[in-house]
Design a protein around this ligand. Structure first.
Ligand code: ATP
Length: 513
Protein backbone atom coordinates (compact mmCIF):
# COMPACT_ATOMS: atom_id res chain seq x y z
CA UNK A 1 0.00 0.00 0.00
CA UNK A 2 1.02 3.57 -0.58
CA UNK A 3 1.85 6.13 2.06
CA UNK A 4 1.03 6.00 5.75
CA UNK A 5 -1.86 8.39 5.58
CA UNK A 6 -3.57 6.35 2.91
CA UNK A 7 -3.07 3.16 4.90
CA UNK A 8 -4.55 4.80 7.96
CA UNK A 9 -7.52 6.14 6.02
CA UNK A 10 -8.13 2.64 4.75
CA UNK A 11 -8.08 1.33 8.34
CA UNK A 12 -10.68 3.89 9.41
CA UNK A 13 -13.01 3.28 6.48
CA UNK A 14 -12.67 -0.50 6.77
CA UNK A 15 -13.51 -0.32 10.47
CA UNK A 16 -16.71 1.51 9.60
CA UNK A 17 -17.68 -0.51 6.55
CA UNK A 18 -17.44 -3.81 8.41
CA UNK A 19 -19.23 -2.81 11.59
CA UNK A 20 -16.20 -2.37 13.83
CA UNK A 21 -16.14 1.32 14.73
CA UNK A 22 -18.53 4.21 14.12
CA UNK A 23 -18.19 7.87 14.94
CA UNK A 24 -20.25 8.60 18.05
CA UNK A 25 -23.62 10.31 17.38
CA UNK A 26 -22.88 10.26 13.68
CA UNK A 27 -26.37 11.37 12.66
CA UNK A 28 -25.66 14.63 14.52
CA UNK A 29 -22.33 14.99 12.71
CA UNK A 30 -20.42 13.16 15.41
CA UNK A 31 -18.64 14.07 18.62
CA UNK A 32 -14.94 14.77 18.39
CA UNK A 33 -12.68 11.94 19.57
CA UNK A 34 -15.55 9.80 20.82
CA UNK A 35 -16.32 6.52 19.07
CA UNK A 36 -18.84 3.69 19.23
CA UNK A 37 -18.00 0.05 18.68
CA UNK A 38 -20.29 -1.73 16.24
CA UNK A 39 -21.44 -5.33 16.15
CA UNK A 40 -17.99 -6.70 15.26
CA UNK A 41 -16.00 -4.11 17.17
CA UNK A 42 -17.79 -4.95 20.41
CA UNK A 43 -16.86 -8.63 19.99
CA UNK A 44 -13.23 -7.92 19.14
CA UNK A 45 -12.92 -5.54 22.07
CA UNK A 46 -14.50 -8.05 24.43
CA UNK A 47 -12.10 -10.75 23.24
CA UNK A 48 -9.04 -8.53 23.75
CA UNK A 49 -10.25 -7.71 27.27
CA UNK A 50 -10.79 -11.38 27.98
CA UNK A 51 -7.37 -12.32 26.63
CA UNK A 52 -5.79 -9.79 28.97
CA UNK A 53 -7.97 -10.80 31.93
CA UNK A 54 -7.28 -14.50 31.62
CA UNK A 55 -3.54 -13.92 31.27
CA UNK A 56 -3.55 -11.61 34.29
CA UNK A 57 -6.15 -12.94 36.69
CA UNK A 58 -6.95 -16.51 35.77
CA UNK A 59 -3.37 -17.61 35.17
CA UNK A 60 -1.76 -15.86 38.14
CA UNK A 61 -2.90 -17.23 41.47
CA UNK A 62 -1.73 -14.06 43.24
CA UNK A 63 -3.58 -11.58 41.03
CA UNK A 64 -7.27 -10.83 41.52
CA UNK A 65 -9.62 -8.56 39.60
CA UNK A 66 -11.99 -5.83 40.76
CA UNK A 67 -14.49 -3.45 39.17
CA UNK A 68 -14.43 -0.06 40.90
CA UNK A 69 -16.82 2.83 40.19
CA UNK A 70 -16.02 5.58 37.73
CA UNK A 71 -17.00 8.22 40.29
CA UNK A 72 -14.64 8.52 43.22
CA UNK A 73 -14.41 10.79 46.22
CA UNK A 74 -12.88 14.07 44.96
CA UNK A 75 -10.02 13.94 47.46
CA UNK A 76 -8.77 10.86 45.57
CA UNK A 77 -7.61 13.14 42.77
CA UNK A 78 -5.85 15.52 45.14
CA UNK A 79 -3.97 12.62 46.69
CA UNK A 80 -3.09 11.13 43.32
CA UNK A 81 -1.65 14.42 42.09
CA UNK A 82 -4.15 14.76 39.24
CA UNK A 83 -5.71 18.02 40.44
CA UNK A 84 -2.34 19.74 40.51
CA UNK A 85 -0.31 17.93 37.92
CA UNK A 86 -2.49 16.18 35.33
CA UNK A 87 -1.86 18.89 32.79
CA UNK A 88 -0.68 19.07 29.24
CA UNK A 89 1.09 22.14 27.86
CA UNK A 90 -1.07 23.66 25.14
CA UNK A 91 -0.44 26.31 22.54
CA UNK A 92 -2.80 27.95 20.04
CA UNK A 93 -2.02 29.11 16.55
CA UNK A 94 -3.50 32.61 16.26
CA UNK A 95 -4.26 32.29 12.55
CA UNK A 96 -5.84 28.85 12.31
CA UNK A 97 -7.23 29.06 15.90
CA UNK A 98 -6.13 25.45 16.23
CA UNK A 99 -4.95 24.16 19.58
CA UNK A 100 -1.92 21.90 19.88
CA UNK A 101 -0.01 20.15 22.58
CA UNK A 102 3.23 22.09 22.72
CA UNK A 103 5.30 19.02 23.58
CA UNK A 104 3.76 17.06 20.69
CA UNK A 105 4.65 19.81 18.21
CA UNK A 106 8.27 19.51 19.29
CA UNK A 107 8.17 15.70 19.32
CA UNK A 108 6.72 15.65 15.80
CA UNK A 109 9.61 17.86 14.72
CA UNK A 110 12.05 15.38 16.23
CA UNK A 111 10.24 12.48 14.53
CA UNK A 112 10.99 14.17 11.21
CA UNK A 113 14.69 14.25 12.05
CA UNK A 114 14.51 10.59 13.00
CA UNK A 115 12.83 9.82 9.68
CA UNK A 116 15.83 11.43 7.96
CA UNK A 117 18.13 9.12 9.90
CA UNK A 118 16.06 6.12 8.84
CA UNK A 119 16.35 7.24 5.23
CA UNK A 120 20.14 7.48 5.43
CA UNK A 121 20.29 4.03 7.02
CA UNK A 122 18.09 2.47 4.32
CA UNK A 123 20.19 4.11 1.60
CA UNK A 124 23.44 2.91 3.14
CA UNK A 125 22.08 -0.60 3.71
CA UNK A 126 21.35 -0.80 0.00
CA UNK A 127 24.77 0.54 -0.93
CA UNK A 128 26.79 -1.75 1.36
CA UNK A 129 24.66 -4.88 0.99
CA UNK A 130 25.54 -7.78 3.29
CA UNK A 131 28.59 -5.97 4.67
CA UNK A 132 26.37 -3.28 6.23
CA UNK A 133 26.85 -2.78 9.96
CA UNK A 134 23.99 -0.58 11.14
CA UNK A 135 25.38 0.16 14.59
CA UNK A 136 28.71 1.24 13.16
CA UNK A 137 27.11 3.36 10.46
CA UNK A 138 24.81 5.13 12.89
CA UNK A 139 27.66 5.93 15.28
CA UNK A 140 30.18 7.13 12.68
CA UNK A 141 28.40 8.64 9.68
CA UNK A 142 28.81 12.41 10.19
CA UNK A 143 25.40 13.33 8.80
CA UNK A 144 23.56 10.76 10.93
CA UNK A 145 25.55 11.64 14.03
CA UNK A 146 24.65 15.29 13.45
CA UNK A 147 20.95 14.49 13.11
CA UNK A 148 21.01 12.33 16.23
CA UNK A 149 22.75 15.01 18.29
CA UNK A 150 20.19 17.55 17.18
CA UNK A 151 17.26 15.26 18.03
CA UNK A 152 18.69 14.33 21.43
CA UNK A 153 19.45 17.95 22.25
CA UNK A 154 15.90 19.06 21.47
CA UNK A 155 14.30 16.29 23.52
CA UNK A 156 16.61 16.93 26.45
CA UNK A 157 15.77 20.61 26.49
CA UNK A 158 12.05 19.88 26.17
CA UNK A 159 12.21 17.39 29.04
CA UNK A 160 14.04 19.86 31.24
CA UNK A 161 11.68 22.77 30.51
CA UNK A 162 8.63 20.63 31.20
CA UNK A 163 10.12 19.32 34.42
CA UNK A 164 10.89 22.85 35.57
CA UNK A 165 7.48 24.09 34.40
CA UNK A 166 9.37 26.57 32.23
CA UNK A 167 6.62 27.07 29.67
CA UNK A 168 8.25 30.20 28.24
CA UNK A 169 11.21 28.05 27.21
CA UNK A 170 8.90 25.52 25.52
CA UNK A 171 7.55 28.38 23.44
CA UNK A 172 11.06 29.66 22.78
CA UNK A 173 12.00 26.17 21.56
CA UNK A 174 9.04 26.08 19.17
CA UNK A 175 10.06 29.48 17.82
CA UNK A 176 13.73 28.59 17.51
CA UNK A 177 12.90 25.44 15.59
CA UNK A 178 10.60 27.54 13.41
CA UNK A 179 7.74 25.09 13.81
CA UNK A 180 4.72 26.19 11.78
CA UNK A 181 1.07 25.30 12.27
CA UNK A 182 0.39 22.33 9.96
CA UNK A 183 -2.95 23.90 9.06
CA UNK A 184 -2.24 27.59 8.45
CA UNK A 185 1.51 27.30 7.89
CA UNK A 186 1.98 30.31 10.20
CA UNK A 187 4.33 30.66 13.17
CA UNK A 188 2.03 33.05 14.97
CA UNK A 189 1.74 31.27 18.35
CA UNK A 190 0.17 32.17 21.69
CA UNK A 191 2.04 31.53 24.94
CA UNK A 192 2.17 27.97 26.23
CA UNK A 193 -0.33 27.30 29.04
CA UNK A 194 -1.13 24.32 31.23
CA UNK A 195 -4.46 22.61 30.65
CA UNK A 196 -5.97 20.12 33.11
CA UNK A 197 -7.26 17.01 31.39
CA UNK A 198 -9.90 15.92 33.91
CA UNK A 199 -13.61 16.20 33.14
CA UNK A 200 -15.53 17.79 35.99
CA UNK A 201 -19.13 17.05 36.90
CA UNK A 202 -21.49 17.44 39.85
CA UNK A 203 -23.05 14.94 42.23
CA UNK A 204 -26.24 15.83 44.09
CA UNK A 205 -29.56 17.45 43.28
CA UNK A 206 -29.46 20.93 44.79
CA UNK A 207 -26.99 23.63 43.94
CA UNK A 208 -25.90 24.09 47.57
CA UNK A 209 -25.33 20.44 48.34
CA UNK A 210 -23.77 19.50 45.04
CA UNK A 211 -20.29 18.10 45.19
CA UNK A 212 -17.69 18.64 42.50
CA UNK A 213 -16.56 15.36 41.06
CA UNK A 214 -14.30 14.21 38.28
CA UNK A 215 -14.77 11.41 35.83
CA UNK A 216 -11.78 9.18 36.57
CA UNK A 217 -8.84 9.88 34.25
CA UNK A 218 -7.33 6.45 35.02
CA UNK A 219 -8.58 3.26 36.59
CA UNK A 220 -5.54 2.84 38.86
CA UNK A 221 -6.87 4.91 41.76
CA UNK A 222 -9.87 2.58 42.17
CA UNK A 223 -7.33 -0.14 42.88
CA UNK A 224 -5.27 1.89 45.35
CA UNK A 225 -8.21 2.96 47.49
CA UNK A 226 -9.31 -0.70 47.67
CA UNK A 227 -5.87 -2.04 48.45
CA UNK A 228 -6.65 -2.96 52.06
CA UNK A 229 -10.17 -4.22 51.31
CA UNK A 230 -8.81 -6.72 48.83
CA UNK A 231 -5.71 -7.60 50.83
CA UNK A 232 -7.71 -8.33 53.98
CA UNK A 233 -10.76 -10.07 52.46
CA UNK A 234 -8.64 -12.06 50.03
CA UNK A 235 -5.95 -12.71 52.64
CA UNK A 236 -3.41 -11.73 50.01
CA UNK A 237 0.31 -11.97 50.72
CA UNK A 238 2.83 -9.65 49.17
CA UNK A 239 3.71 -9.79 46.33
CA UNK A 240 0.18 -9.73 44.90
CA UNK A 241 -1.66 -7.90 42.17
CA UNK A 242 -5.05 -6.27 41.62
CA UNK A 243 -6.30 -5.98 38.06
CA UNK A 244 -9.09 -3.92 36.59
CA UNK A 245 -10.52 -2.96 33.23
CA UNK A 246 -12.82 -0.01 32.74
CA UNK A 247 -13.56 3.38 31.27
CA UNK A 248 -11.34 6.43 31.79
CA UNK A 249 -11.93 9.98 30.61
CA UNK A 250 -9.48 12.67 29.52
CA UNK A 251 -10.21 15.99 27.93
CA UNK A 252 -7.37 15.55 25.45
CA UNK A 253 -6.23 18.77 23.78
CA UNK A 254 -5.52 17.17 20.46
CA UNK A 255 -7.56 14.10 20.01
CA UNK A 256 -6.49 12.96 16.59
CA UNK A 257 -5.59 9.62 15.12
CA UNK A 258 -8.92 7.86 15.43
CA UNK A 259 -9.15 5.59 18.48
CA UNK A 260 -5.47 6.12 19.35
CA UNK A 261 -6.31 9.14 21.46
CA UNK A 262 -9.93 9.38 22.62
CA UNK A 263 -11.70 11.43 25.24
CA UNK A 264 -13.54 8.39 26.58
CA UNK A 265 -11.54 5.17 26.48
CA UNK A 266 -10.95 1.95 28.31
CA UNK A 267 -7.89 0.89 30.26
CA UNK A 268 -6.64 -2.49 31.44
CA UNK A 269 -4.45 -1.94 34.45
CA UNK A 270 -2.73 -4.11 37.01
CA UNK A 271 -1.10 -2.84 40.18
CA UNK A 272 1.41 -5.24 41.70
CA UNK A 273 2.09 -4.64 45.39
CA UNK A 274 5.65 -5.46 46.39
CA UNK A 275 8.21 -5.15 49.14
CA UNK A 276 10.05 -1.80 49.10
CA UNK A 277 13.46 -2.30 47.54
CA UNK A 278 12.35 -5.09 45.20
CA UNK A 279 10.99 -2.73 42.56
CA UNK A 280 13.91 -3.02 40.08
CA UNK A 281 13.54 -6.76 39.92
CA UNK A 282 9.76 -6.64 39.47
CA UNK A 283 10.07 -3.89 36.89
CA UNK A 284 12.23 -6.15 34.73
CA UNK A 285 9.96 -9.14 35.35
CA UNK A 286 6.82 -7.30 34.30
CA UNK A 287 8.48 -5.75 31.26
CA UNK A 288 9.32 -9.24 30.09
CA UNK A 289 5.93 -10.75 30.99
CA UNK A 290 3.99 -8.04 29.20
CA UNK A 291 6.12 -8.26 26.08
CA UNK A 292 5.54 -12.01 25.99
CA UNK A 293 1.80 -11.44 26.21
CA UNK A 294 1.97 -9.16 23.18
CA UNK A 295 4.18 -11.52 21.20
CA UNK A 296 1.84 -14.45 21.86
CA UNK A 297 -0.65 -12.83 19.49
CA UNK A 298 1.75 -13.37 16.61
CA UNK A 299 1.84 -9.83 15.26
CA UNK A 300 5.62 -9.90 14.76
CA UNK A 301 8.41 -8.91 17.17
CA UNK A 302 9.61 -6.27 14.72
CA UNK A 303 6.45 -4.26 15.50
CA UNK A 304 7.24 -3.77 19.18
CA UNK A 305 9.94 -1.91 21.07
CA UNK A 306 10.60 -0.61 24.57
CA UNK A 307 10.98 3.10 25.08
CA UNK A 308 12.38 4.35 28.37
CA UNK A 309 10.89 7.57 29.68
CA UNK A 310 13.24 10.56 29.65
CA UNK A 311 11.01 12.57 31.91
CA UNK A 312 9.62 10.53 34.78
CA UNK A 313 6.11 11.28 35.97
CA UNK A 314 5.73 12.66 39.47
CA UNK A 315 5.02 9.19 40.89
CA UNK A 316 7.64 7.02 39.19
CA UNK A 317 11.23 5.92 39.86
CA UNK A 318 11.42 3.98 36.59
CA UNK A 319 9.08 3.87 33.61
CA UNK A 320 8.95 2.66 30.05
CA UNK A 321 6.47 2.17 27.27
CA UNK A 322 5.89 -0.76 25.02
CA UNK A 323 5.59 0.94 21.67
CA UNK A 324 3.84 -0.55 18.67
CA UNK A 325 4.33 0.24 15.02
CA UNK A 326 1.02 1.90 14.15
CA UNK A 327 0.38 3.10 10.59
CA UNK A 328 1.69 6.51 11.74
CA UNK A 329 4.88 5.13 13.33
CA UNK A 330 6.02 3.68 16.65
CA UNK A 331 3.81 5.00 19.47
CA UNK A 332 2.99 4.11 23.05
CA UNK A 333 0.71 1.12 23.47
CA UNK A 334 1.32 0.20 27.10
CA UNK A 335 3.09 1.78 30.05
CA UNK A 336 5.07 -0.05 32.72
CA UNK A 337 5.72 2.11 35.75
CA UNK A 338 7.50 1.63 39.03
CA UNK A 339 5.32 3.88 41.21
CA UNK A 340 7.12 3.42 44.55
CA UNK A 341 4.88 4.11 47.58
CA UNK A 342 3.68 7.37 46.05
CA UNK A 343 0.02 6.41 45.70
CA UNK A 344 -0.58 4.44 48.88
CA UNK A 345 1.55 6.92 50.84
CA UNK A 346 -0.47 9.88 49.60
CA UNK A 347 -3.81 8.15 50.21
CA UNK A 348 -2.65 7.48 53.76
CA UNK A 349 -1.84 11.12 54.20
CA UNK A 350 -5.06 12.50 52.68
CA UNK A 351 -7.44 9.94 54.20
CA UNK A 352 -5.77 9.63 57.58
CA UNK A 353 -6.19 5.82 57.29
CA UNK A 354 -3.31 3.41 57.45
CA UNK A 355 -2.71 1.60 54.15
CA UNK A 356 -0.03 -0.77 55.30
CA UNK A 357 0.79 -4.42 55.10
CA UNK A 358 2.08 -6.53 57.95
CA UNK A 359 4.85 -8.66 56.57
CA UNK A 360 5.09 -11.83 58.67
CA UNK A 361 8.52 -12.65 57.28
CA UNK A 362 9.96 -9.29 58.24
CA UNK A 363 7.75 -9.00 61.30
CA UNK A 364 6.92 -5.38 60.53
CA UNK A 365 4.39 -3.22 58.70
CA UNK A 366 5.14 -1.07 55.69
CA UNK A 367 3.49 0.79 52.83
CA UNK A 368 4.04 -1.51 49.83
CA UNK A 369 5.66 -0.31 46.64
CA UNK A 370 3.72 -0.65 43.41
CA UNK A 371 4.62 -1.86 39.97
CA UNK A 372 1.99 -0.95 37.37
CA UNK A 373 1.19 -2.24 33.91
CA UNK A 374 -1.29 -0.06 32.06
CA UNK A 375 -2.59 -0.62 28.57
CA UNK A 376 -5.31 1.11 26.58
CA UNK A 377 -7.86 -1.38 25.32
CA UNK A 378 -8.84 0.84 22.39
CA UNK A 379 -5.20 1.39 21.50
CA UNK A 380 -4.64 -2.36 21.56
CA UNK A 381 -7.68 -2.68 19.30
CA UNK A 382 -6.13 -0.21 16.86
CA UNK A 383 -2.79 -2.03 16.96
CA UNK A 384 -4.45 -5.35 16.17
CA UNK A 385 -6.86 -4.01 13.60
CA UNK A 386 -4.36 -1.92 11.65
CA UNK A 387 -1.80 -4.71 11.67
CA UNK A 388 -4.39 -7.23 10.47
CA UNK A 389 -5.72 -5.26 7.53
CA UNK A 390 -3.91 -6.37 4.41
CA UNK A 391 -4.31 -6.03 0.71
CA UNK A 392 -3.02 -9.20 -0.92
CA UNK A 393 -1.95 -9.71 -4.49
CA UNK A 394 -3.27 -13.06 -5.68
CA UNK A 395 -1.87 -15.36 -8.34
CA UNK A 396 -4.59 -14.63 -10.87
CA UNK A 397 -3.69 -10.93 -10.81
CA UNK A 398 -6.54 -9.93 -8.57
CA UNK A 399 -6.30 -8.57 -5.05
CA UNK A 400 -8.16 -9.47 -1.90
CA UNK A 401 -8.71 -7.42 1.23
CA UNK A 402 -8.18 -9.61 4.25
CA UNK A 403 -8.34 -8.86 7.95
CA UNK A 404 -5.84 -11.27 9.46
CA UNK A 405 -6.95 -10.89 13.06
CA UNK A 406 -5.40 -13.34 15.52
CA UNK A 407 -8.00 -16.13 15.32
CA UNK A 408 -8.44 -16.13 19.09
CA UNK A 409 -9.70 -12.54 18.95
CA UNK A 410 -11.80 -12.66 15.78
CA UNK A 411 -15.44 -11.64 16.37
CA UNK A 412 -16.80 -14.58 14.41
CA UNK A 413 -14.87 -17.82 14.51
CA UNK A 414 -16.39 -19.55 11.51
CA UNK A 415 -18.91 -18.98 8.74
CA UNK A 416 -21.09 -21.83 7.51
CA UNK A 417 -21.97 -21.53 3.83
CA UNK A 418 -24.31 -23.77 1.83
CA UNK A 419 -22.92 -23.93 -1.71
CA UNK A 420 -26.41 -23.40 -3.15
CA UNK A 421 -29.64 -22.11 -1.74
CA UNK A 422 -31.51 -25.30 -2.61
CA UNK A 423 -31.39 -29.12 -2.68
CA UNK A 424 -31.54 -29.29 1.12
CA UNK A 425 -28.09 -27.69 1.53
CA UNK A 426 -29.29 -24.72 3.64
CA UNK A 427 -31.00 -27.09 6.06
CA UNK A 428 -27.84 -29.14 6.59
CA UNK A 429 -25.77 -25.96 6.98
CA UNK A 430 -28.25 -24.53 9.48
CA UNK A 431 -28.06 -27.72 11.50
CA UNK A 432 -24.31 -27.39 11.65
CA UNK A 433 -24.68 -23.80 12.85
CA UNK A 434 -27.07 -24.94 15.57
CA UNK A 435 -24.50 -27.45 16.73
CA UNK A 436 -21.48 -25.10 16.64
CA UNK A 437 -23.08 -22.02 18.15
CA UNK A 438 -22.88 -23.43 21.68
CA UNK A 439 -19.12 -23.11 21.50
CA UNK A 440 -18.37 -20.28 19.08
CA UNK A 441 -19.76 -17.19 17.39
CA UNK A 442 -20.82 -18.56 14.02
CA UNK A 443 -22.09 -16.75 10.93
CA UNK A 444 -24.42 -18.21 8.31
CA UNK A 445 -24.40 -16.82 4.79
CA UNK A 446 -26.23 -18.16 1.72
CA UNK A 447 -26.26 -15.08 -0.50
CA UNK A 448 -24.15 -14.68 -3.69
CA UNK A 449 -21.58 -17.01 -5.22
CA UNK A 450 -19.42 -18.83 -2.69
CA UNK A 451 -16.26 -17.03 -3.88
CA UNK A 452 -17.81 -13.69 -2.99
CA UNK A 453 -18.91 -15.01 0.36
CA UNK A 454 -15.31 -16.11 1.07
CA UNK A 455 -14.11 -12.59 0.25
CA UNK A 456 -16.70 -11.10 2.59
CA UNK A 457 -15.55 -13.31 5.44
CA UNK A 458 -11.90 -12.49 4.64
CA UNK A 459 -12.65 -8.79 4.89
CA UNK A 460 -14.46 -9.10 8.20
CA UNK A 461 -11.73 -11.34 9.60
CA UNK A 462 -13.45 -14.72 10.06
CA UNK A 463 -10.66 -17.31 10.29
CA UNK A 464 -12.57 -20.33 8.96
CA UNK A 465 -15.29 -20.97 6.38
CA UNK A 466 -17.17 -24.27 6.27
CA UNK A 467 -18.92 -25.05 3.00
CA UNK A 468 -21.74 -27.55 2.70
CA UNK A 469 -22.25 -29.00 -0.81
CA UNK A 470 -23.92 -31.94 -2.54
CA UNK A 471 -21.22 -34.34 -1.48
CA UNK A 472 -22.06 -33.47 2.13
CA UNK A 473 -25.47 -35.07 1.63
CA UNK A 474 -23.80 -38.30 0.55
CA UNK A 475 -20.81 -38.69 2.86
CA UNK A 476 -21.22 -36.11 5.68
CA UNK A 477 -18.05 -34.24 4.69
CA UNK A 478 -17.61 -30.48 4.27
CA UNK A 479 -14.92 -28.16 2.91
CA UNK A 480 -12.97 -26.12 5.41
CA UNK A 481 -11.25 -23.02 4.07
CA UNK A 482 -8.63 -21.11 6.04
CA UNK A 483 -8.64 -17.31 5.81
CA UNK A 484 -4.90 -16.71 5.88
CA UNK A 485 -3.70 -19.42 3.50
CA UNK A 486 -6.94 -19.84 1.51
CA UNK A 487 -6.18 -23.55 1.67
CA UNK A 488 -9.12 -25.91 1.57
CA UNK A 489 -9.48 -29.36 3.01
CA UNK A 490 -12.23 -31.92 3.02
CA UNK A 491 -13.15 -33.11 6.50
CA UNK A 492 -15.90 -35.05 8.24
CA UNK A 493 -18.67 -32.84 9.52
CA UNK A 494 -18.28 -34.16 13.05
CA UNK A 495 -14.63 -33.06 13.11
CA UNK A 496 -15.44 -29.42 12.39
CA UNK A 497 -15.88 -28.41 16.01
CA UNK A 498 -12.44 -29.73 17.02
CA UNK A 499 -10.77 -28.11 14.02
CA UNK A 500 -12.21 -24.71 14.89
CA UNK A 501 -11.40 -25.13 18.58
CA UNK A 502 -7.78 -25.94 17.85
CA UNK A 503 -7.39 -22.72 15.93
CA UNK A 504 -9.33 -20.30 18.13
CA UNK A 505 -9.39 -21.56 21.71
CA UNK A 506 -7.97 -19.04 24.14
CA UNK A 507 -6.06 -21.56 26.17
CA UNK A 508 -4.11 -22.68 23.11
CA UNK A 509 -2.98 -19.10 22.54
CA UNK A 510 -2.34 -18.32 26.19
CA UNK A 511 -0.02 -21.32 26.41
CA UNK A 512 2.36 -19.47 24.08
CA UNK A 513 3.02 -16.74 26.64
P1 ATP B 1 -0.07 9.46 26.02
O1 ATP B 1 1.36 9.86 26.32
O2 ATP B 1 -0.25 8.77 24.71
O3 ATP B 1 -1.06 10.53 26.29
P2 ATP B 1 -0.11 8.46 28.68
O4 ATP B 1 1.33 8.21 28.89
O5 ATP B 1 -0.76 9.66 29.23
O6 ATP B 1 -0.43 8.34 27.12
P3 ATP B 1 -1.00 6.55 30.59
O7 ATP B 1 -1.55 7.56 31.52
O8 ATP B 1 0.27 5.86 30.93
O9 ATP B 1 -0.91 7.18 29.13
O10 ATP B 1 -2.16 5.49 30.29
C1 ATP B 1 -1.89 4.14 30.04
C2 ATP B 1 -2.40 3.69 28.69
O11 ATP B 1 -3.73 4.15 28.46
C3 ATP B 1 -1.61 4.23 27.52
O12 ATP B 1 -0.47 3.44 27.26
C4 ATP B 1 -2.60 4.15 26.39
O13 ATP B 1 -2.61 2.84 25.82
C5 ATP B 1 -3.92 4.39 27.08
N1 ATP B 1 -4.40 5.76 26.85
C6 ATP B 1 -4.02 6.87 27.50
N2 ATP B 1 -4.69 7.95 27.05
C7 ATP B 1 -5.51 7.50 26.07
C8 ATP B 1 -6.47 8.13 25.23
N3 ATP B 1 -6.72 9.42 25.30
N4 ATP B 1 -7.15 7.36 24.34
C9 ATP B 1 -6.91 6.03 24.27
N5 ATP B 1 -6.03 5.39 25.04
C10 ATP B 1 -5.33 6.10 25.94
Amino acid sequence: MANHEEVFKKVISHAKEYGYIFQSSEIYDGLSAVYDYGQNGAELKKNIREYWWQAMVQLNDNIVGIDAAIFMHPTTWKASGHVDAFNDPMIDNKDSKKRYRADVLVEDYVAKIEAKIDKEVTKAAKRFGDAFDKAQFVSTNPRVVGYQEKADGILKRLGKSLENEDLADVKALIEELEIACPLSGSKNWTDVKQFNLMFGTKLGSTAESAMDLYLRPETAQGIFVNFLNVQKTGRMKIPFGIAQTGKAFRNEIVARQFIFRMREFEQMEMQYFIKPGSQKEWYETWKEKRMKWHLSLGMGPENYRFHDHEKLAHYADAACDIEFKFPFGFKELEGIHSRTDFDLGNHEEYSGKKLQYFDPEENKSYVPYVLETSIGLDRMFLAIFSNALQEEQLENNTTRTVLKLPAVLAPTKAAVLPLLKRDGLPEVAQKLVDDLKWDFNIAYDEKDAVGRRYRRQDAVGTPICVTVDHQTLEDQTVTIRHRDTMEQQRVKMDEVKDIIAKEVEMKEWLKRI
